[in-house]
Design a protein around this ligand. Structure first.
Ligand code: PLP
Length: 358
């Protein structure tokens, strides 16, 4: 049951012509729709002051706890265009469940699933015109929760701010270029008992130094190895990883250090429909290299909300480098990408009930 009502306070929207012009080339993450959703939580009172208002800067006291101790969590989900003014959200309840898990791990208040969904629906209802209509384009929603109490004590905050903003996004690329992955010899993303399974801000801030190292070696992203042995491949910057071995699809198990991607889960289910068998089993960096050199592993791809499915062309370590297949996008990767996009854009039946019409 929804307890929060994100009552809309409509603002003067951007002129339609100006918006249409921006929506032709939305890029990613630098354009925002007219409104935002907010709600507050206070100890002893719970959630209150839910609203949908104009997108505006926050005023934060310099001692706002989120700025010092990193109690921040977020989600990223997409909405897609449908004719006749309808829009669909992709798996919002699963994002709500992960948001609640992230909050719990960070000792923050949980937002009920129905309230999370009501919040993202409220933004989509007032800013539906910001959802681009071209296949491949989407509207990216960013719900987040931050510690909003003004205090310098090192403890969980007693006030929080929840918000949802939205940003039109470019296609997940009809023909995505294969990426190069860098296996860092030095940095790790997550260890047992840590925060690797959730989406807290610190996981990302802590990864940028390795991302820089990757760029310095001509790579696009980091492939993270396990913290204990630095042997097992876990995931990529903001995506999960899959390996294609004939008609078998392998992905690392949810070992307690990697994020349970909603796209990962979608791919696991779609794969069965495409006649592939799936396995969640550990993959070592050496095993990946050997599999590629011996021709057993023919494709590797990364997947996540932002990019859908991104082929991996090469893997690079300080000592060696190898191509996956011939370094181009393989047929299984392409089929899975299209199968996912077909569901999202309403061109294939929504057999799993992933689409949520608003
Ligand atoms: N792994 C990490 C570290 C991420 O940040 C993301 C993105 O949310 C993913 C994997 C993919 O998750 P999803 O498919 O839910 O977007």
């Amino acid at each position: 049951m929804t307890t929060l009502e994100f009552a809309p306070e409509r603002v003067e929207p951007m002129l339609a012509e100006q918006r249409e012009e921006l929506l032709r080339t939305p890029g990613f993450g630098s354009l925002y729709s007219d409104h935002m959703v907010t709600a507050r939580w206070t100890a002893g009172r719970g959630w209150h002051d839910a609203r949908t208002g104009p997108l505006a800067a926050f005023t934060l006291h310099p001692a706002t706890m989120a700025l010092h101790y990193g109690q921040t969590v977020f989600e990223g989900l997409k909405a897609f265009w449908r004719p006749a003014g309808q829009r669909v959200l992709f798996r919002p309840r699963d994002h709500a469940a992960r948001f609640a898990r992230s909050a719990r791990r960070m000792a923050m208040p949980e937002l009920a699933e129905a309230d999370f969904v009501a919040g993202v629906e409220a933004l989509l209802r007032v800013d539906g015109a910001w959802v681009p209509s071209a296949r491949g384009h989407s509207f990216y929603l960013r719900p987040f929760l931050i510690a909003a109490e003004t205090h310098l004590s090192n403890r969980p905050a007693e006030e929080y701010l929840f918000a949802v903003i939205g940003s039109p996004a470019r296609p997940a690329a009809a023909e995505p270029a294969p990426i190069r992955l860098w296996a860092s010899p030095e940095y790790v993303r997550a260890a047992d008992g840590g925060t690797g399974t959730i989406k807290c801000g610190g996981n990302y801030g802590g990864s940028y130094i390795a991302q820089r190292e990757a760029a310095a070696h001509g790579c696009d992203q980091v492939v993270w190895l396990d913290a204990r042995e630095r042997r097992y491949v876990e995931e990529v910057g903001g995506s999960n990883l899959f390996f294609v071995e004939g008609d078998r699809l392998v992905t690392p198990p949810l070992s307690g250090t990697l994020l349970a991607g909603i796209t990962r889960d979608s791919i696991l289910r779609l794969a069965g429909r495409l006649g592939l068998t799936v396995a969640e089993e550990p993959v070592t960096l050496d095993g990946w290299e050997r599999g590629c050199r011996e021709g057993r592993i023919t494709e590797t791809f990364a997947c996540g909300t932002a990019r859908a499915v991104a082929p991996v062309g090469h893997a690079v370590t300080p000592e060696r480098e190898w191509a996956i297949g011939d370094g181009t996008t393989g047929p299984v990767t392409r089929r899975l990408l299209n199968a996912l996009l077909d569901v999202q854009y309403g061109q294939a039946p929504d057999e799993f009930g992933w689409l949520h019409a608003v």
